[in-house]
Every structure is written in C-alpha cells, then in structure tokens.
Design a protein around this ligand. Structure first.
Ligand code: FEO
Ligand code: CA
Ligand code: CA
Ligand code: CA
Length: 681
C-alpha cells in the first residue's frame, strides 16, 4: 500500500542535526561544539509541591475560546495582531509537500512562488547590480544584505508595501572565492561582511492584483534603507549610560555602532520593527585579555575567555579594533539586545532597548495585556537557556506615537519557571506520555527588574539587564531546549514557543516541559496566561507537539492520528494565519530531508494535524514566515542556500534561485495561490 503523500520520507540520518558544520561555524560560532554556557544549578524539573492541576483546569477552561483584543497595528498586512476573519474555519486543505531534497522552493499543487528580493539586489539609489565576482563594501552597503531572516511587511497602499528583512550573518566561504579564514581575509572582504549584516527596508509592489509581490526597482523609493553592523544607534532604558556599556569611543555609554546577528523579530503595536541580536559572541576576539572579574559574565554568553583568537573567528578586529575585547572589554556588552527600528523613517536612529534584557535574542513578538500594557515575549536561543517576557509599566495609547515609543523603556522583565504536574518518575526522557496523558503543568513569571529596581539580590538593575542570563540563573528559571520564536495566537490568546532541539539534555535532565533526552527534533510549548491575560504572572502550559518522524514513538502530535501528519524536525519560527492556525518553520531538519514550513491547526478535531506547506533548497533554513492578513501571500526567507560542508564558490552545493551554474543567493520568496484562493484553503 502506498503511504499518504505527507508520509513519504527519506531514511533517517545519523548524527545530531541536519545542520551543516558551515552553518554551525558562521551562524552560531559553533555553539553546539562548545560546553553549555549555563553552568547554574537551576532545576531541570519543577517544584512538585506546586501541583495545581485543578487551578490549571480553571485557567485553561477560562482561556481557550476567548478572543484576544486586537492590537490594531494601523492596517498592517501582517497577521501578527489581527483578529480572525469572520466565518472562516481553521480547516487547511492544501496537499502537503512530501519531504524531499530538491534544490528548489517546492510548494503545494495550485500554488506558485517567486523571489521578491535577494542578496545583492539594489536597495539604495546608485547601488550597482549584483556582481558576485566584483563585490565591494561600498556596493554592499547599498544592496540587500546576506542571509535574510525575519520578514515583516507593512502596507503603504493596497498594492504597495514596505518590507523589513533581517540579515543575520555572513558565510564568507560561500561569499568569496578562495576564502579560507579571518586571519587571511582581505580588509575589503571584512568590510563587505560588516555591510552585509543588519537589515533592509525595501518597497515592494503587488503583481497584477495577485498574491505575488516584487521589488520596486525604479522611481521613488523613499523608505528604502540599509542598516548594517556600523549604523549609528542609541541605547534606551535603565542600563543606558551604565558603566557596563561605556567604552573609549562612547564614554557615556549611550551610543553604539551597528547590530549583529539579527535573527527573528516582531512588530510593535505602533508599527515599528523589533529586530533581535542573537549569536553576537562569535564576533569578538581577545576574551583572554579582559580583566579576570569580567570573564565569568562573558563566558556565560559563550565568549571564549581562554584564547586570543578563537578558532573560526572572522577577525574583524583587523579592520575595527572595537571587536578586540582585550582593548575594549565592554564592547561585547553593547550587543545582544532587541533593536527598535521605524521602517517608515529612513533617517530615524535605531534604538537598543536595554529593558528587554541582553541575551541571544531570537524574536520579540508583542501583544497587549487586558489593561493595555505592552507585553513582549522573548526567547534566548541556547541549549538550557530561558524564556522571558517584558511587560510595560504604561499602557498603549492608540495613535499616540510619542507616548507609545517610551513603553519599552520602563516596565518589568520576567523569566519563566515551569512546574510539571506529573510525578518526575513518569518523565523518562523517551517522550513517553505520563499517566495523566499530557506533558503539562503550571508556571510563573519571576520578575528580574522593574525600571531602576532590581529584584535579584546582589545585582543592580543595570547588571540584571546587561548580564540577564546571570540574573535569571539566580532567580531559578527553568532550563529549556533552545527557546526560539515565541508568539501569541491572535485568535485564542494562547502563546506558542518553538524549542528547536537540545541533544545535550540527558535522561536525568528530562523534565515535563522538556521531556526528551537527546532532543534532536525539538518540540512546541503552548502557554495560556492566567485569565488569558498576557500581563498575568502565572500561566498553564502543555506540549502539543513533540517533533520527529511520526513513526517514532517518542513523538506526539496533540493526539492526532500520526499516520496522517508530515514529519517535522527542529521548529524555529512560528506565525499564525488569520484563522489562528499555527505555522512553523524549521532549522536543521535532522530527518534527512530539507527544512520547510508547516501548518498545524491548534483548535478543534484537526489540532495536531501537521502538514508541510513548502520545502527549501539545498542547505537552506526556512526563516521569517509571514502569512499576510489578506491571506493571499506567504513570505518566507530562504537563508543560507548551499551551506553544505565542502561547498564553495568553485563547487556550489546549490544553484538556487537562478539555476544553471550560478552561485546560491539568500532571498525572500512570496508564495501565492494561482487562482487567488486564501493560503491553505
Ligand atoms: Fe538565528 Fe535561533 O536562530
Ligand atoms: Ca502531566
Ligand atoms: Ca532562527
Ligand atoms: Ca514569528
């Protein structure tokens, strides 16, 4: 008997991840090859005394079904804050894309896709056309950067919009012919890489009334902008101007040049972009030469404090001395923040918001509490690190930009502590469900700092914000399996957390919120705030999705028939359509097929019915998924196509998107239904 389309799959690959060694080196600074930076004694499983199953039942019953108050982003195309369209069911009816290893973006029957903008495309006036063999830093500073990640789209009119895109990192071995390492890189190559980081704002237009969008290439493009690793920015919030942020170049600790490794992000209720600095540690050298007292905090962030030049360093210190911590020990404190950028004002100064804490920020999706305070969910993407949220002190005021822009500078930063409701002995690390039938329990948000007031004994407010991981260690936060994107479902109010993987977790460390040892494929947490109020300090949680091969008994698809679901591995970013279905992009598929984008209803009889909507080219990860509010377009960023071990410009592993013998180019793609139907319906 033939298997359903969704079940055809490739043989399982050995090893811990589907990610190439190149991706590990250039994106994360080889984080998984280094010791886990969290050496705190925090518990892996919760305090079993706090068994509040009955309370949880009340919370959950009161929560689901309630509709979240719309944030009202002033007509944003993005669905991030929209209430569900009336009359639509959550039913998704596309034919799943089977797992595959095709060097293409593969979409379901009836859909089409095309590149909107790719690496090197002109962004600013005077930018030359992309020429792989003749790159210059001056050209790159005016062209679309490398390795697109977070994507958001904001309307200017029905058929015109501006698109924000993060440029997370550079892979010099694929960008430059003959590149070997940072020590021998040319100064121009390093300056190109600095300019290829950051983000872009580009104007895009709808093609012929369809769901297809394309780059506006000529005429007035007044919003177009490049932000790079050298763009002037300022600090805001309680840690701004603190001694920990001061350097020779910035003796007041108020200004910084550039942002690094911007991974995912979010949209504020007032329509600005939050873009998140993630694996910033890898850009610094000279950690061995910092004062001994500074070393533990740097090491907690993965900075090598034992060597002058860690292996695989880009050696940017050769063109910009601030990347040498021996000379400038505080410079690393100035990265690892959430950055706010107004995409509608190309002359605005980006702001690094210190009140949202400093860690390896994955994303920063916002919502409103019942009383109008702004809530931002934050994940720290490292094995055994934590989940955070920020709640503003003041309330959001519709239409009052001047008032709203200060909301991220005064509030409370919390970290999450999870408590399972099943006996610890029932969590054996295999993924086997406990006797109550669910990995679930309760949790609390532990306050770390409110404005200038620290809640962590022995640490000042500025210390809590600059060394947030250390503060959260002291507060007793729960160690998670790489918390990445976190986003609230605009229809139900439940909050979803992508936990990508963690092969370092042992069976003894398995707990109810992270129930699998050697967690190669990751899982998804569902969190329901008390009273379904995002401002609450307690929550209920469960694990609806334990990823992997559905035939693996350690997987769980919310109880849905596993013979009907697509295999899924390494959930990374989450998004929602207007009907409240969860969309999940993957990074590092450890099942042997390429990464992809998947859709899963979270309510009704189809809850847990995961189906693959698209797949990536060779070596690429799926980033920035966005389903537009009009349900006509899915945008995805195709990051690091061709990033396969042994690949180089002389031997490209991918020729996506241009085919033939071309070099791979990270690019943003639009997907639409050829008959104009709503996405997935
Ligand atoms: Fe840049 Fe955590 O992915
Ligand atoms: Ca349980
Ligand atoms: Ca990511
Ligand atoms: Ca998202």
């Amino acid at each position: 008997m033939t298997q359903p389309e969704s079940r055809r799959r490739l043989p399982l690959l050995p090893g811990h991840s589907g990610r190439s060694a190149l991706t590990c080196v250039y994106r994360c600074g080889d984080a998984c090859a280094h010791p886990v930076p969290n050496t705190s004694g925090n518990a892996y499983f919760g305090d079993l005394m706090a068994k509040v199953a009955s309370r949880r039942g009340v919370l959950r019953a009161g929560a689901l079904g309630a509709v979240v108050a719309s944030v009202g982003v002033g007509g944003a195309v993005a669905s991030g804050s929209a209430a569900a369209a009336p009359g639509r069911s959550g039913g998704l009816r596309f034919t799943p894309v089977p797992p595959n290893i095709t060097d293409a973006v593969t979409v379901p029957d009836g859909y089409d896709q095309a590149v909107v903008v790719g690496w090197g495309d002109p962004v600013l006036p005077g930018a030359p056309a992309f020429d792989f063999e003749r790159q210059t830093a001056a050209a790159q500073a005016r062209q679309f950067g490398y390795n697109c990640d977070y994507v958001n789209v904001l309307p200017i009119s029905r058929d015109r919009a501006l698109m924000w895109v993060n440029h997370e990192y550079t892979d010099e071995t694929l960008m430059f012919r003959g590149y070997t390492d940072g020590a021998s890189a040319t100064a121009e190559q390093m300056k190109i890489a600095l300019a290829a980081h950051g983000g872009s704002v580009v104007e895009i237009e709808r093609a012929g009334g369809t769901g297809k969008w394309r780059l506006v290439r000529t005429g007035r493009r007044r919003f177009n902008r490049r932000v790079t690793a050298t763009t002037p920015m300022r600090f805001s919030g309680p840690a701004a101007s603190s001694a920990l942020l001061r350097t020779a170049a910035d003796p007041k600790g108020r200004e910084v040049r550039g942002m690094l490794n911007n991974c995912a992000g979010g949209l504020t209720p007032w329509g600005t972009i939050l873009t998140c600095e993630e694996n910033f540690n890898q850009y610094f050298v000279g950690g061995d030469g910092v004062p001994a007292a500074d070393k533990p905090a740097l090491a907690r962030y993965g900075i090598d404090t034992t060597k002058r030049f860690p292996s695989d360093s880009r050696r940017w210190d050769r063109v910009d001395e601030r990347f040498d911590l021996t000379e400038h020990p505080h410079e690393a404190n100035r990265f690892g923040w959430v950055v706010e950028i107004d995409p509608f004002d190309p002359h605005s100064t980006p702001v690094k918001h210190t009140h949202l804490g400093r860690f390896k920020h994955e994303g920063a999706n916002s919502t409103l509490a019942e009383d109008g305070r702004v809530v931002v969910y934050l994940g720290d993407d490292e094995r055994f690190d934590y989940i955070y949220k920020y709640v503003s002190k003041g309330r959001y005021r519709e239409g009052s930009r001047r008032h709203n822009r200060d909301l991220l500078s005064d509030g409370t930063l919390y970290v999450a502590k999870f408590t399972g409701d099943s006996p610890a002995g029932e969590i054996d690390g295999s993924g086997k469900l406990p006797a109550d039938g669910d990995f679930d329990g309760s949790g609390q948000w532990i306050p770390l700092v409110s404005g200038d007031v620290s809640h962590v004994p022995g640490m000042s407010a500025a210390e809590v914000l600059v060394h947030t991981r250390l503060a959260a260690d002291k507060a007793g936060a729960t160690k998670m399996d790489r918390p990445e994107d976190i986003e609230r479902n605009p229809k139900t109010g439940a909050v979803y957390v992508a936990l990508t993987n963690n092969t370092a977790r042992t069976a003894a460390q398995a707990d109810e919120p992270n129930p699998r040892a050697n967690n190669k494929h990751g899982h998804v947490l569902e969190l329901v705030e008390a009273g379904n109020d995002a401002g609450a300090t307690r929550f209920a949680w469960s694990v609806p999705l334990v990823c992997g091969d559905p035939e693996d008994p350690g997987t769980y698809f919310a109880g849905f028939d596993k013979s009907q679901v697509s295999p899924i591995s390494c959930p990374d970013n989450v998004a929602f359509d207007a009907a409240g279905n969860l969309w999940i992009s993957t990074d590092g598929n450890a099942l042997g097929a390429h990464d992809g984008l998947f859709a899963m209803p979270v309510e009704g009889p189809d809850r847990g019915h995961v189906r693959q909507f698209l797949s990536m080219p060779v070596g690429a990860e799926t980033c920035g998924p966005l389903i537009t509010e009009d349900q006509r377009t899915v945008f995805v960023a195709v990051q690091h196509p061709g990033e396969v071990d042994g690949a180089s410009p002389d031997a490209p592993a991918s020729h996506w998107p241009e085919g033939g013998s071309t070099q791979p180019r990270p690019s943003v793609v639009a997907v639409w239904h050829t008959q104009g139907a709503h996405i997935g319906s």
